[in-house]
Design a protein around this ligand. Sequence first.
Ligand code: F6R
Length: 609
Amino acid sequence: MCGIIGYIGKKNVVSVLMEGLKKLEYRGYDSAGIAVVNRNRVKIRRVKGKISLLEKSLEEKPIEGSYGVAHTRWATHGRPCEENAHPHRDCTGTLVVVHNGIIENYLPLKEKLKAEGHKFRTETDTEVIAHLVEKYFNSSLEKAVQKAIRKLEGAYAIAVLSTKDSGKIVAAKVGPPAAIGLGEKEFFISSDINPLLSHTQKIVFLEDEEMAVFNENEVKFIDYKGNSLEKRVDHISWSPLMIEKGGFKHFMLKEIFEQPQVVRDTLNGRMSLDSGKVCMDEIGLSPQVLRKIKRVVIIACGTSYHAGLVGKYFIETLAQIPVDIEFASEYRYRDFILDKETLAVVISQSGETADSLAALRSVKEKKALSLAVCNVVNSSIARETEGVLYTHAGPEIGVAATKTFSAQMAALALLALYLAQIKGKINKKESLSYIQALQRIPHKMEKILNQAESIEKLALDFVSFSHFLYLGRWVNFPIALEGALKLKEISYIHAEGYPGGEMKHGPIALIDEKMPTMVIVPKDRVYEKMLSNISEIKTRVGYILAVAFENDKEIHGRVDKVIPIPSANPLFTPFLTALPLQLFAYYIASIRGADVDQPRNLAKSVTVE
Ligand code: F6R
């Protein structure tokens, strides 16, 4: 949901900002802009469309400066067009602001500012910030920003500069993330750490109602009243290479192929084949506390929600604790009932999803214990929960989540085993057999990835369909949902995921030769039931593709095409069944020429409600 970046230092400012913007592009890509200060004059360039168009415009007509800010937009208020693209200016054009978030009270503020004589040029909510800072400006930019933001309601991470208090960038936030990069005589503000990694690994994360004020020589951190703050400096170990494509056509494909390693990295060091134990010392919640848990509520959005749904099966089967799974955007508005014996598990790759963060805050008001499953270290959700179980997936750049989904499932499998152990629900022998089954998963995933070419060939036959149905049952029902989500979000083909048993209650009416069905049918406790569902579709002349165990001979006579996967412990088959569906969606989208890494209308980190 928009990416902001700002830089002061000795390097070429336009290059640093443009390189940074490219790494933030996954956050939004309907327009982009840059403002730099050159001999105390602000130079702005903005375009409708992707960052490549901004780059082209700058090549044709370069601008230079000694410091500046830039923005990539995912429109909320005001259609995507050059005028609505950030940075936004005050009346004089000497002050500019870039903003990620939504100012909810911008209309009354705009009316008031207009009545006071301010001239507005755009339809955006952000422009009020520029005019408010202008209104309160006396001699110090940070003081003016402090006064302005007190008037704002909503969510924002902003970076502001003004030639009237030159050589300085002021950043502030409530809601969306703001990371401050500390280099040698150079400082950065960015929506995430990706643009910073090639310059510095020393990062300070701003908390809500905190500001950073920096020039070329120093950075100071203050609260909204102007009091100085001592901030912890985090040393981030992700390397800049992790955010390169590494020879793959798209980030999404690279990330699909990283999954065996990501699952290994998430499991490694947390379970032992000697003792049969899962170790969760690092999560910040003691076994004594977790042992008292009587119920788990999992809260998440999108793909993380689907991982949570798989987690529900893991926890209920292994730890025998009842689990509810909730969409964060719904849960937060419900009159939900929680108590101190409930563990709320908030799953979020980014750790910044506004709905998940808001749901977490409501959960905490009801005094439930909270645990985050996050990929981004020190993200807002990770900071606000009592415990954190990190997934070790590394940065995910493709907008469609793939490797983080597998990493989330791995983390949830560990959590389920851990809860089972501390509650005495499984013995050492059982525990060892689950640990072994999990350890074998990455190698089996590799075997599936080796078949990528044949899945690509298969995809060729399906590129012109407009609808798809995905069916699964039990632990693979969530994978049907996830497979359908992948297809629709990157290829724009309508797809629905359904539990196989629900077919006859409605969706079966859709079946005809124009609606292929992907069935997920490993040999598990619902295998026979899935075969019945398959017959129901075949009777109605539906075309069927099946993801099935490679040693399943029976399935071939019943469906039109089989994507084989190695056999595994049925409970852990989602790790394997998800992969062919990701590849299938990827190849269909790629063959159709879709913008796989940056699908239309989407953004990776959804920091607005
Ligand atoms: C889909 C996808 C989204 C995210 C959702 C939650 O491929 O990536 O559905 O899963 O926006 O994001 P996080 O996990 O960052 O909270």
